[in-house]
Design a protein around this ligand. Structure first.
Ligand SMILES: [Zn+2]
Length: 318
């Protein structure tokens, strides 16, 4: 039975305005950088793709979003996080190949659920030389506002030529009238927003089965618990694999050291913790580069095992 725990949803303080953009470097890959007005740009290839992190804004998360362990406060003190502040970037990722322009998630856009100051994805794309109509596919990891809000403006599709790939479990959940009916009052808006976005893309929306590819080399894998159909995206770059782990973690500090800690927006915190350990074990064993939606921007690093827990190591920048 899916639980809802979004009491903290409206507690956030004002977010910081942001339109920064950095392109992720896999360590030891050839990389380059350039600058345009107001945006830093850093790029590196992963196989046939070049991946770029786009900062949509900063989510003003606080200590109250994390629960289930007495070790959270001592950990925050140890790593130098203030007693309440756990700000988290909201990032989307641009993938470009010779013939594809793909976005993974689209940020909060004009939605103000966590305050103002979001909407950096479209200006970030512009700084990378990408117009909204150039995007031919958007892969949605899950249907929360900070990931799909940027897909629409005034109810219409921002990416007029893009297909929208959504995991079939996730798409099924948010379009299920029965689920919506039993969801609490404060979650009704989430269902409405998801359905508005899905409707805006209409027949251009495709439902992707667990493990199937949304585009060549880009497979979606279920990592449920944050939402019932939350998915991560494996980017097959030949010798180098990158796992875009989306909201498998919400603090690179807290959720690696304390992987079983619950998070206020998780639909099922126990299932989310089980998914977190499973995915962390996978990327640690394979020494995969990871990218996270809410990991210290630009969000590229590695997750290593550390006793019964894990450690996050940011990717080396060149
Ligand atoms: Zn998120």
């Amino acid at each position: 039975m899916t639980q809802f725990n979004r009491r903290n949803l409206l507690k956030g303080a004002a977010a910081l305005p942001a339109a920064a953009l950095v392109t992720g470097a896999a360590p030891a890959l050839a990389a380059g950088h350039s600058a345009t007005a107001g945006a830093a740009l850093y790029s590196a290839p992963v196989g046939n793709y070049r991946i770029t992190a786009l900062l949509d804004g900063i989510a003003p998360l606080g200590r109250g979003f994390f629960f289930g362990s007495d070790a959270i406060d001592p950990l925050m003190a140890e790593v130098g996080i203030g007693p309440d502040a756990l700000p988290a970037p909201v990032s989307a990722f641009l993938l470009q190949s010779d013939d594809r322009t793909i976005l993974i998630d689209a940020g909060m856009g004009e939605q103000e659920l966590l305050g103002p100051g979001f909407g950096g994805v479209t200006p970030g794309l512009a700084a990378a030389g990408v117009a909204p109509e150039d995007v031919d596919l958007v892969i949605l990891t899950h249907a929360h506002p900070d990931h799909l809000g940027g897909l629409i403006r005034d109810g219409s599709a921002v990416f007029a030529n893009a297909e929208l790939a959504v995991g079939e479990v996730e798409a099924g959940f948010w379009t299920d009238a029965g689920m919506m009916a039993q969801a609490p009052e404060e979650s009704q808006g989430l269902f409405q927003l998801a359905q508005t976005v899905f409707d805006a893309y209409g027949t251009r929306m495709t439902r992707i089965a667990d493990g199937a590819e949304a585009a060549p080399g880009l497979s979606m894998m279920l990592s449920p618990g944050h939402t019932p159909g939350h998915s991560i995206v494996r980017i097959d770059g030949g010798d180098r694999q990158l796992m875009m782990i989306a909201d498998t973690l919400h603090s690179a500090d807290v959720h690696t050291a304390l992987p079983d800690v619950g998070f206020g927006f998780d639909s099922d915190p126990v299932q989310a913790a089980a998914s977190r350990r499973r995915i962390f074990d996978m990327v640690a064993a394979d020494k995969m580069l990871v990218a996270g939606s809410h990991v210290h921007f630009p969000g590229f690093g590695r997750i290593l095992t550390d006793g019964d827990a894990y450690r996050y190591v940011p990717a080396t920048w060149m």
